[in-house]
Design a protein around this ligand. Structure first.
Ligand code: SF4
Length: 212
C-alpha cells in the first residue's frame, strides 16, 4: 500500500514536458522542509491505495503521461514498484524528486526530474550529490533559485559536475521571491547553456490552487 495525497489530471507545468497533458500522482510524506514549499498539505494527508487501485484511477484519464510527485515520492519504498508497474503497463513515467534520497534503484524507463536544493531552500545539506552518477541523458536536474547567491551556487554546481554533459539542466525562480527577468538576465549575461522555466500552472490558475 502507498499513502497517496491526490491523483489528478492537468497540464505539466515544468520540465521539458511542460505544456503536455499529464496525470499527477502525489505521494504523501516528505523528509525535507524547504523554505518555499508549496505542497505542505502533502506532508501528512493522504489515503492508502494499492498499486492496482492507483493504476485503475490513472486509467480513467486516458492519458499516457504520468508524473509521480510529492512530497517526496521516494520516501515510500513501494514507489519504486509503482513506477516499474506503470512502465510495464506502457505509461511514460516522470519522477519528480527532491534529490535527498537515492535514485539508483529507479526503473531506467522512468525520466527522473531531480532537484538540487539551493542555499535559500534551507536544505542544502540534504543534497545527495552521488545521485548525479545515476542520471541518464534524458533526465533533468532542477535548481529553484531565490537569490543571487542561489544563482551563483547553482552555476558553480553545473560547472563542477559538468551537468550539461550528463542531462538537461533547468533553472527556475522561487515564485514571488525572485523576478523571472532577473534570473533570465543573469543566464544571458553568463551565456549559460541551460533551460529557464516558469511554473506554468501558477500562471494558468491561482498560484495556490491545489490539484492543478
Ligand atoms: S522537497 Fe518538495 S515537497 Fe518536500 S519540502 Fe521541499 S518543496 Fe516541499
Amino acid at each position: 500500500m502507498l499513502k497517496i495525497n491526490e491523483i489528478y489530471y492537468s497540464v505539466q507545468g515544468e520540465s521539458t514536458k511542460a505544456g503536455l497533458p499529464c496525470v499527477f500522482v502525489r505521494l504523501t510524506y516528505c523528509n525535507l522542509r524547504c523554505s518555499y514549499c508549496d505542497t505542505e498539505y502533502a506532508f501528512y494527508e493522504g489515503k492508502d491505495l494499492s498499486i492496482e487501485d492507483i493504476i485503475l484511477e490513472i486509467r480513467k484519464y486516458d492519458c499516457s503521461l504520468v508524473e509521480i510527485t510529492g512530497g517526496e515520492p521516494l520516501f515510500q519504498e513501494e514507489s519504486f514498484g509503482l513506477m516499474r508497474q506503470l512502465a510495464d503497463n506502457g505509461f511514460e513515467v516522470l519522477l519528480e524528486t527532491g534529490g535527498s534520497l537515492p535514485v539508483n534503484n529507479v526503473d531506467k524507463r522512468v525520466k527522473i526530474i531531480m532537484d538540487l536544493k539551493t542555499p535559500s531552500s534551507g536544505m542544502l545539506k540534504k543534497n545527495m550529490y552521488e545521485n548525479i552518477n545515476y542520471l541518464k541523458k534524458e533526465d533533468e536536474v532542477k535548481f529553484v533559485i531565490g537569490s543571487r547567491e542561489d544563482y551563483l551556487w547553482s552555476k558553480n554546481i553545473v560547472e563542477t559536475y559538468s551537468l550539461n554533459n550528463k542531462c538537461h539542466v533547468l533553472f527556475s525562480v522561487v515564485f514571488g521571491k525572485l523576478l523571472p527577468v532577473e534570473l533570465v538576465n543573469w543566464i544571458l549575461e553568463d551565456k549559460l547553456n541551460i533551460r529557464f522555466q516558469l511554473q506554468m500552472h501558477k500562471f494558468i490558475w491561482k498560484p495556490d490552487e491545489r490539484g492543478v
